[in-house]
Ligand binder design. Sequence first.
Ligand SMILES: N[C@@H](CCC(=O)N[C@@H](CS)C(=O)NCC(=O)O)C(=O)O
Length: 234
Amino acid sequence: MIDLYYWPTPNGHKVSIMLEECGLEYNTIPVDIGGGDQFSPEFLKVSPNNRIPAIVDRDTAVSVFEGGAILMYLAEKADQLLPHEQAAKYDVLQWLFWQAGGLGPMAGQLSHFVSYTKTDVPYAHQRYENEYDRLLAVMDVRLRNREFLAGDYSIADIASFPWVLPYNRLGNDLDRFVNLRRWFDDIKQRPAVRKGIDLGNDWTRDGLRTDAAKLLLFGQNSQTVFDAAKAAEE
Ligand SMILES: N[C@@H](CCC(=O)N[C@@H](CS)C(=O)NCC(=O)O)C(=O)O
């Protein structure tokens, strides 16, 4: 049984989709990141970066944070969605790390300047808009002569999909990317993907857009970390 520390965001969706794809049993623990649950001492024990997602595998007592590492752990546990053969495995892993170091952070910053800043910051907005657009094109070119990012459907596709999903809100248009559009439409209709994306959809949706939530999410600095660590010691 897997404990899933989760909130319905793109990074959370990577893991909810993966658990559904693998058919692993899991128990969802909501971490309301708009309400400050990410600083609770219990959560910090499994996620010292105070970010969702994180998991604890109760069968092995292993706990893992960071979406990419979680996907690797679950793929190995279920023996699914990550090939064994070395070249094929590293083909998947390079795209997984591409997502974790590129697509995710760039789309996340774009999302910040699209949906969360009170005043428009044109330079920053344009910078992340361009970078998101560039990364979508990298996927599109990669998908010209293959169905998925690396070999068969894999954790690389699962990691990337949730950050393509909000393309509309992020001001992009998938119709310009024929191959990416085909990949996106194929993955979107997978039952496990739909279930994963739906997890927690009925929880408060504007929870992250209130002034209080924005202050909590975007006012963090070193003091926030030291305060949470101190509270955890008490
Ligand atoms: N690189 C991390 C990113 C995790 C992340 O940024 N999670 C966000 C939600 S999408 C979060 O927990 N935010 C809480 C906060 O900013 O306080 C991963 O892929 O797991």
